[in-house]
Design a protein around this ligand. Structure first.
Ligand SMILES: Nc1nc2c(ncn2[C@@H]2O[C@H](COP(=O)(O)OP(=O)(O)OP(=O)(O)O)[C@@H](O)[C@H]2O)c(=O)[nH]1
Ligand SMILES: [Mg+2]
Length: 269
């Protein structure tokens, strides 16, 4: 995951995460490449983007009229929303993201996965509404995504939902979420399913970056440095830390120091 990226890059990444067609993806990648900073910290990222683009360009354009049944993972994490019909999945998706799924009081309105992108403090989370028909091809996504919201409108639905979790042998980290309009709380709950932390990198004398490094809970400074660029790991001298993991703000730490959510990390090489 990159450091020092711009707001334009984050916006391009959001558009790319939303892209459904080959053409939209190509445009999205091209935008990401053009807005990606060209300094050393972003070399790996840039190379990955260029390779993705060239691979995509080699694929044949899809024949039109074919329905999209699964949504490829894009962004930092993919979270699916399942629930019984009329539980409010489309409403939730539209409140948390820029997606405009059809919302109606007619059961089974959503018949194919709907996708939207949530920007959670710079973390790009792709949200996917799964149709309540529980077709295997769709439930595959619920089994393979990074986190799952099991949405319900009242407690009577819980037995049936537990049955679905068993029937599809869902091991994905998940929460049962009663629908509400406290969207700030829901966003925090979604983030907490993922078992990730966000760490904002900074260069000495400069403010912290807007786009955090997204890494697993329990990651140490050395591992985080590797994610940024191998030079940060190889030539590591010490790091300064601000935030929850720091004994005092600006504490100097070594590679073994364990990071916490929302830490600010300044690596000295
Ligand atoms: N009172 C109330 N109504 C809601 C809420 N969320 C959704 N609704 C209503 O419930 C109905 C179904 O909402 P959707 O968001 O379309 O539900 P869904 O789970 O996507 O439904 P399907 O796609 O048809 O399975 C609509 O009439 C919504 O306006 C909520 O939090 N409170
Ligand atoms: Mg719906």
């Amino acid at each position: 995951m990159p450091t020092n990226v711009t707001v334009e890059y984050i916006k391009a990444q959001e558009r790319y995460a939303k892209a459904k067609t080959r053409e939209e993806k190509i445009t999205g990648l091209e935008e990401m490449i053009s807005t990606c900073p060209k300094h050393k910290g972003c070399e790996t990222l840039l190379a990955e983007l260029k390779s993705k683009l060239s691979k995509l360009k080699k694929t044949a354009p899809k024949k039109t009229g074919k329905r999209i049944t699964t949504i490829p993972k894009e962004g930092d994490a993919q979270v699916c929303i399942i629930g019984l019909t009329q539980s409010g999945k489309s409403t939730l998706l539209s409140k948390l993201t820029n997606a405009k799924p059809k919302i109606s009081s007619i059961p089974y309105t959503t018949t194919k996965p709907e996708v939207g992108v949530l920007n959670y403090h710079g973390v790009i989370i792709q949200l996917v509404e799964i149709p309540s028909t529980f077709e295997p091809v769709h439930m595959n996504m619920a089994q393979n995504c990074d986190g799952l919201i099991i949405l319900y409108k009242d407690n009577n639905e819980l037995d049936e939902l537990n049955g679905i979790v068993e029937r599809f042998r869902i091991k994905t980290p998940h929460i049962f979420l009663k629908r509400s309009n406290d969207y700030a709380k829901i966003k925090d709950e979604i983030w907490n399913i993922l078992g990730l932390i966000k760490v904002y990198t900074k260069e000495p004398g400069k403010p912290a970056e807007k786009k955090p490094l997204v890494i697993k809970r329990g990651t140490a400074v050395g591992e985080a440095a590797k994610h940024l660029h191998r030079d940060f790991y190889e030539f590591f001298k010490f790091a300064r830390i601000w935030g929850k993991s720091a004994k005092h703000q600006g504490q100097s730490v070594g590679k073994d120091h364990i990071l916490k959510d929302d830490d600010i990390l300044e690596i000295h090489i």
